[in-house]
Design a protein around this ligand. Structure first.
Ligand code: NAP
Length: 240
């Protein structure tokens, strides 16, 4: 069985790849610039007796995604699980944001999911089975000041998920999203220690989530019954 995981070089994607590998999945691990960071994952999975195939690709660029998919198709691998996790954030007032910055957020966080699904879904439909999990954010549910583009991209991921689930349920393919609150990754490194403490004060669970628990939750959602589909599951320690 193969799980294709985007944004697997670090953070939530790396933990998710490790979780799937621990359950016997082979992994196709995709990142953008830090392809060398995938080497320890490849070695770890090889030691466990599995395979991990690393690829670098700018998923915001449809030409790169379709070239990537050509390379994967040549391997004659069936993708059982697709985890669309790669994403970036942008902090700042909307009026200070350039058109290019806006397009970069939308293309990286939302259009990339369209490109990956377009590539992977035909094989899943042929086999009449598959699981897709899109990684979203609580800001896609409720919106965040100074993160308008990010919130819009994740709101798009939520609606994309619900609509695609309806298209694919007759083919026994589940499509769900996980809307995370704050998970302790590089994405939150910009926070000062004071900002971090005040954020944590607002989280009823009293802490940020860990990447390991995020990976386990994604694995559970992806591998449970396909009757769970079209859902945006919020995982935020009771925050939003
Ligand atoms: P992270 O640690 O910053 O890692 C981001 C990953 O995405 C990296 O593997 C990066 O690859 C990859 N990536 C970024 N742009 C890409 C592109 N254009 N093409 C291909 N890969 C690209 O992020 P994270 O915190 O684990 O977040 C993962 C997902 O969870 C994101 O969708 C994020 O929006 C969502 N999320 C995170 C939080 C949180 O608190 N951390 C909360 C809610 C939702 P390189 O290393 O090669 O750059």
């Amino acid at each position: 069985m193969y799980a294709l995981i985007t944004g697997a070089s670090r953070g939530i994607g790396l933990a998710t790849a490790k979780e799937f590998a621990a359950h016997g999945y082979n992994i196709i691990a995709i990142c953008h610039k830090n392809i060398n960071d995938l080497s320890p994952l490849v070695d770890e999975i090889l030691r466990q007796g599995g395979h991990c195939l690393p690829f670098s690709c700018d998923l915001s660029d449809p030409k790169e995604v379709f070239a990537l998919w050509d390379a994967i198709s040549d391997l004659n691998i069936n993708i059982d699980v697709l985890i669309n996790n790669a994403g970036i954030s942008h902090i700042g007032l909307l009026q200070d944001m350039s058109n290019d910055e806006w397009m970069n957020i939308i293309n990286t966080n939302l259009s990339s999911i369209f490109y990956m699904c377009k590539a992977v879904i035909p094989g899943m439909i042929n086999r009449q089975r598959g699981h897709i999990v899109n990684i979203s954010s609580v800001w896609g549910n409720v919106g965040a000041s100074c993160e308008v583009a990010y919130s819009a991209s994740k709101g798009g991921v939520n609606s994309f998920t619900k609509a695609l689930a309806k298209e694919l349920a007759p083919s026994d393919i589940s499509v769900n999203a996980v809307a995370f609150g704050t998970i302790d990754t590089d994405m939150n490194k910009f926070l000062s220690s004071d900002d971090r403490l005040s954020l944590i004060k607002d989280i009823p669970a009293g802490r940020m989530g860990t990447t390991t628990e995020a990976g386990k939750i994604i694995y559970d959602i992806a591998t449970t019954s396909n009757y769970l589909t079209g859902q945006v599951i919020t995982v935020d320690g009771g925050w939003c």
